[in-house]
Design a protein around this ligand. Structure first.
Ligand code: 6PG
Length: 481
């Protein structure tokens, strides 16, 4: 326990770029703030560079940091997800009083957040896991914030968090998401959707390059145009900018000299694993994670590129194909969001979080990486139908996908015929076709499972579970009575 001077209303420990920018954002709103970093030199540098932006108290030690805060203390921890978060919590715990609030604003796994919430509670501390999206610029100028944790703890930080968040149509992009791990869960799915969005854009770029035969600057112009329609979003906007950039060394497009190997920090994989655990079909996001994995097999791909046969090259596509790609991109994007929202709904039920999915769409409209016009439509859908099973069933999206489906099918067929891999486009279409089938082929799967493992099956014409004595007399027996 430490004596407080109460000068600072909130503190940030961890002054790497995200923590530093969040601290600056808070200070710029006139909130007195204490800052701390494990290496004191970084705190010094921070104050030298930004000390004039607000009322900062720079602390060299955690003790001084804690002492600078009013009670209940509000401490934002912005360190690398994983063990470093536990390390900071265990160092802070003996210095804090009952009711103080530790806020983990990094990309932590929601199960860690649940565990930390319970562990902190045993010490009388309140723990919050908050998702923060928007990258470096968002943290400084207005991120989307997804706070999870106890409602009373949230009430203590709501004013500060809503004041630093992005604002769309007068509404801050920050709303209490739910208890314990809910905020980090929603941030995880946000990142998963970010993976799908980025993969779909990359597939569109690949098709525009290798099927339509266009150069990077020409494709940049196309994305710029697309950004004024249904696809309007931050990621489409920056795609145009990245494609238009000239490389200073080669004089050609920068994108042409960037290695085709995508990195990842893990949140996409977590999203996919959780979907598998929940039994939610999350094909778009999961294919996007796999595509990053495939991109990393550079040496294997290089060897395979001369060893494995592809189709005979076809002639260049005509101009109408460009618009087909736009429509396929939009329809696939709708599917990716429908899947991500279905996953949040399933998790909300499984965890008892009572997530308001319309509110999630609302706070993703600004500040975050997946901010997009069409989140307004998703918000409207959930406001009207809070218990919606699938976004595809809302008239706006049903119609949008129906209008795009011919183009979508042409794109998937052409890409497949020409050997251009489009895992996210194709799997989204397969999901769409699977979802709209009243009767699929799983009857045969059940038959096979029953044959080799006596797993039983249900019948369409009568209730109960049945098994056929395949290896004996071939008769059917009812197994549930
Ligand atoms: C954000 C981003 C941010 C980051 C992720 C994804 O919302 O601001 O999602 O959290 O970009 O870490 O990164 P990877 O692509 O490296 O997994």
């Amino acid at each position: 326990m430490t004596q407080s001077t109460g000068a600072s209303r909130i503190g940030v420990t961890g002054l790497a770029v995200m923590g530093a920018n969040l601290a600056r954002n808070i200070a710029r709103r006139g909130v007195p703030i204490a800052v701390h970093n494990r290496t004191a030199a970084r705190t010094k540098e921070f104050i030298e560079a930004h000390g004039d932006e607000g009322a900062f108290t720079a602390a060299e030690s955690l003790e001084d940091f804690v002492a600078a805060l009013e009670t209940p203390r509000r401490i934002i921890v912005m360190v690398k997800a994983g063990p470093p978060v536990d390390g900071v919590i265990s160092e802070l715990t003996p210095l804090l009083d009952d009711g103080d609030i530790i806020i983990d604003a990094g990309n932590s796994h929601f199960r860690d957040t649940k565990r930390r919430t319970e562990e902190c509670a045993t010490h009388g501390l309140r723990f919050m896991g908050i998702g923060v999206s928007g990258g470096e610029e968002g943290a400084l100028l207005g991120p989307s914030i997804m706070p999870g944790g106890d409602t009373h703890a949230y009430a203590e930080v709501e004013e500060i968090l809503t004041s630093i968040a992005a604002v769309v149509d007068g509404t801050p992009c920050c709303v209490h998401v739910g208890p314990d791990g809910a905020g980090h869960y929603v941030k995880m799915v946000h990142n998963g959707i970010e993976y799908a969005d980025i993969q779909l854009i990359a597939e569109a770029y690949d098709l525009l390059t290798h099927v339509a035969g266009l150069s990077a600057p020409a494709i940049a112009t196309i994305f710029e145009e697309w950004n004024s329609g249904d696809l309007e979003s931050f990621l489409i906007e920056i795609t145009a900018k990245v494609l238009a950039k000239t490389d200073e060394r080669s004089g050609g497009p920068l994108v042409d000299v960037i290695l085709d190997q995508a990195g990842q920090k893990g949140t996409g994989t977590w999203t996919a694993i959780d979907a598998l655990n929940l039994g939610v079909p999350l094909t778009g996001i999961t294919e996007a994670v796999f595509a990053r994995g495939l991109s990393s097999l550079r040496d294997e791909r290089s060897a395979a590129s001369t060893a494995l046969a592809g189709p005979t090259p076809a002639g260049q596509a005509d101009a109408s194909f460009v618009d087909d790609i736009r429509q396929a991109l939009y329809a696939s994007k709708v599917v990716a969001y429908a899947q991500g929202f279905a996953q949040m709904r399933a998790a909300s039920i499984a965890e008892g979080w009572d997530l308001d999915l319309g509110a999630m769409a609302t706070i993703w409209r600004g500040g975050c990486i997946i901010r997009a016009q069409f989140l307004n439509r998703i918000r409207d859908a959930y406001v009207e139908h809070p218990d919606l099973d699938n976004l595809l069933m809302v008239p706006y999206f049903t119609e949008a996908v129906a209008n795009a489906q011919d183009a979508w099918r042409r794109v998937v067929a052409t890409a497949t015929a020409q050997g251009v891999p489009i895992p996210a486009f194709a799997s989204s279409l397969a999901y769409y076709d699977g979802y709209r089938r009243e009767r699929g082929p799983a009857n045969l799967i059940q038959g096979l499972r029953d044959y080799f493992g006596a797993h039983t099956y249900k019948r369409i014409d009568t209730a109960g579970s049945f098994h056929t004595r395949w290896g004996q007399d071939g008769t059917e027996v009812r197994t549930d009575i």
